[in-house]
Design a protein around this ligand. Structure first.
Ligand SMILES: Cc1cc2nc3c(=O)[nH]c(=O)nc-3n(C[C@H](O)[C@H](O)[C@H](O)COP(=O)(O)OP(=O)(O)OC[C@H]3O[C@@H](n4cnc5c(N)ncnc54)[C@H](O)[C@@H]3O)c2cc1C
Length: 596
């Protein structure tokens, strides 16, 4: 079936919906999503959205800018970071005016909580910058934006799985999607296309990411000759529920929760003496691994405890002299935990049988967030090379994009911010682009490549390999060798294994050969995307012989600005991954060593 729109947005998470709201004000816009929109991963975000409102104490967008650059280990592009942190304040109020039910201070202002890496730049003490709606901030953002889209008559194609990007003469012409309910292929002819498909945490075995976060957008882009940027940087969040990976928000530590080893010791005291448990995620994740390696994991296993029991938290508030703004000693009560972290309390009770009010929670690092992705400029325009040449009509925003505002490591609360700020900017620029350009014709048989891919998966008559085995082996090898700690031999082993898995992928057996709701074939297709993401990550990780942010090489444990203060770019050429690089934009802040 054939459809024609000015702008097509792939993905209905926060980035896609914000872009849709803005694009639909000016041009004919459709949103395609493989999930029903409100099931997008944005809905699971817990802790908050960063903006220097200064509702509790002094704060400024410039401090937010510096914290983000420092947190990124100086790999973020500083012009982009500045835009994000300065536009943060207005976009929070914009969401508030749309009806987002933020928690409130006693005076009725938007309440804010501390989060890792967000500081008062003068005192270096944590500053309350994360705007939140209990521990359901993402849920509220997603619901609010979706309601606005419905109110403004945005056209949705729910449960349409995009398989290919149509490109002719280097210009975007649309996308091809399969309607999940019928198995029918649809061609969407458009002037501008935005990828807002989210992350790919499913590359790793322990992850906070939803089942559907499989890197479809970047895999499609890579297959169409578009490079991916900084793919070696993938964030491991320090506090996933042991073995399950389900996220426990950093907001727990923001409220005073502390990490404790088998000896009952608050070990972040020694790794980050000033900011302690609120150090950047890369630092805390490595500290947990090092504690485990030193035999201080709880019960001799590979986890530690996250302790938010009021008696523990209040003890450390007293020890460290932490006070309320009015000078009284800070306190947390069981009621505070229930009120500010209701979902977390619910998760640990349900999944672990652990009541966080009276027991510590077993946690381990969990694959969480893609810093890298499809390279874009500050208007969401996809850029194709070292010189930032834009590809006409193609946009990316949200976790799938690399602007780059997070560099080598993202600060908590900056993704909900990123998706809104750059979703909005992309929507605005798509309108401009569509108004200035004509709709160019489609190539012949635009759906041919997508059809071939599905038929190849359905038609592997003699296949024996199971998708589930390939997925599990990929996830294990990536967790072991391309996770929190990396070194040359291990990464090479992972690359060899991935080659073997790609080869076995060609010989898979699928049970369901039908057309309607054939999730078997779509999950197999997603596995192909995951294998692409895994390979690019491993190849880029092998090349980067330094340690920076989320990428830690045991054989090159220092940051090496002389050789590596640059973004990596990766292309798929003749079946292989080819690497290049481009400079980091540095405006106000010269790289310094990160000290905590
Ligand atoms: C558990 C958890 C907690 C988090 N907490 C926070 C937090 O407190 N603060 C913070 O700043 N960040 C947080 N993050 C990160 C943040 O939530 C995400 O980075 C962000 O929401 C991503 O939004 P997005 O719009 O880019 O993508 P998503 O919300 O992931 O949406 C992706 C969309 O793409 C669609 N899609 C994907 N592939 C296809 C395809 N092939 N065809 C059609 N549609 C497709 C999906 O249907 C979906 O609609 C958290 C993340 C997780 C996993």
């Amino acid at each position: 079936m054939y459809h024609k729109y000015d702008a097509v947005i792939v993905g209905a998470g926060g980035a896609g919906l914000m872009a849709a709201l803005y694009a639909s004000r000016g041009v004919n816009t459709a949103v395609l999503s493989k999930l029903y929109p409100t099931r997008s991963h944005t809905g699971t975000a817990q802790g908050g959205m960063g903006a220097a409102l200064g509702n509790h104490e002094e704060d400024s967008p410039e401090w937010h800018t510096f914290d983000t650059i420092k947190g990124s280990d100086y790999l973020a592009d500083q012009d982009a970071v500045k835009i994000m942190c300065y536009e943060a304040v207005d976009i929070v109020y914009e969401l508030e005016h749309m009806g987002l039910p933020f928690n409130r201070t006693e005076e009725g202002r938007i309440a804010q909580r501390p989060f890792g890496g967000h500081t008062n730049n003068v005192t270096n003490q944590p500053v309350r910058r994360a705007c939140y709606a209990a521990d359901r901030t993402g849920h509220m953002i997603l619901q609010t934006l979706y309601q606005q889209c419905i109110k403004h008559n945005v056209t949705f194609f729910d449960e349409f799985h995009v398989l290919d990007l149509i490109v002719e003469d280097g210009v975007t012409r649309g996308v091809v999607a399969v309607e999940i309910a019928t198995g029918e292929l649809h061609v969407f002819h458009a002037k501008a296309v935005l990828f807002a498909t989210g992350g790919w945490g499913k590359v790793w075995s322990v992850t906070s990411n939803a089942h559907t976060l499989t890197g479809d957008g970047p895999a499609i882009a890579l297959r169409r000759g578009i490079p991916l940027e900084d793919m070696e940087f993938f964030q491991f969040h320090p506090t996933g529920i042991y073995k399950m990976g389900i996220l426990i928000t950093e907001g727990v530590r923001g409220e005073g929760g502390v990490l404790i080893n088998s000896g009952g010791e608050r070990f972040m005291d020694s790794y980050a003496p000033t900011i302690k448990d609120l150090a950047s995620r890369d630092v805390v994740s490595r500290a947990i691994y090092l504690e485990v390696r030193a035999g201080r994991g709880v019960d001799g296993k590979d986890y530690v405890h996250l302790d938010v029991r009021p008696e523990t938290v209040n003890h450390y508030f007293d020890r460290d002299g932490i006070k309320n703004p009015d000078g009284t000693p800070r306190r947390i009560t069981a009621e505070d935990i229930e009120a500010k972290l209701p979902d977390i309390a619910d998760f640990t009770r349900t999944y672990l049988g652990v009541d966080p009010v009276s027991q510590p929670v077993p946690v381990q690092p969990t694959a969480h967030y893609a810093m890298g992705g499809i390279p874009t400029d500050v208007w969401g325009r996809v850029v194709m090379d070292e010189k930032n040449t834009a590809m006409p009509g193609l946009y990316a925003a949200g976790e799938v994009a690399c602007v780059s505002v997070h560099g080598a490591n993202r600060l908590g609360t900056n993704s909900l911010l990123d998706i809104n700020v750059f979703g909005k900017r992309s929507g605005i620029d798509m309108v401009r682009f569509c108004q200035e350009n004509d709709l160019l014709p489609l190539p012949k048989e635009p759906e041919a490549f997508a059809r071939e891919q599905l038929e190849a998966l359905r038609g592997q008559q003699n296949g024996r390999e199971r998708a589930a085995d390939i997925r599990r082996e990929m996830q294990d090898v990536m967790m072991d060798y391309v996770g929190v700690f990396r070194e040359e031999e291990g990464i090479k082993q992972a690359i060899d294994k991935l080659k073997e898995l790609q080869e076995r992928y060609q010989r898979m057996a699928l049970d369901d050969k039908g057309r309607r709701f054939n999730t078997d074939v779509l999950e197999a297709w997603e596995l192909g995307a995951l294998l692409e993401m895994a390979e690019v990550t491993a190849v880029a990780a092998l090349a980067r012989t330094e340690s920076r942010g989320g990428h830690y090489r045991e054989d090159y444990s220092k940051r090496d600005d002389e050789n590596w203060l640059r973004h990596s770019l990766a292309w798929r050429k003749d079946g292989n991954i080819e690497l290049g690089c481009k400079p980091v934009t540095i405006t106000d802040y010269e790289p310094k060593e990160r000290v905590y």
